[in-house]
Design a protein around this ligand. Sequence first.
Ligand SMILES: [Zn+2]
Length: 155
Amino acid sequence: MEKKTIVINYFQSKITELSEEAMNLVLEAQESIKTAYSPYSQFSVGSALLLDNGEYVRGSNQENAAYPSGLCGERVALFAWGANNSENKVVAIAISAKNQKGEFAKAYPCGACLQVMVETEIRTKEKLKIIVQINDQEVQVFNGVECLMPFSFSL
Ligand SMILES: [Zn+2]
């Protein structure tokens, strides 16, 4: 048996040091937090997609008393894109979240959302840039879903 190693390259940056395009996308994700419906977790997630025509598609987590019926903010945005804007490619997604105290909190995409992002890359034939806000001042940037989900399911 041979031991193998995966190296994940990512970038960490202050939000204010991002490109204008990336900074605006993070601000869109922050705005999207306001539309979260999260009475059960009190953890509000906002997401925003940047399309290749410069448009944004917003999403936020939408919970339900029947817990599995709710949906993460990332998939709300990605499925809204699929239903409304899929003629334009998604080039990036930003994710911002606030905890019960109203403080910015790190929220990486869950496995299900990563799997949907994998399929988005297949549909657009482009790597998806993923920007995760990790505190009130900084983000981590991943160039492609494979950085967060190196072994994904595909047919
Ligand atoms: Zn998720």
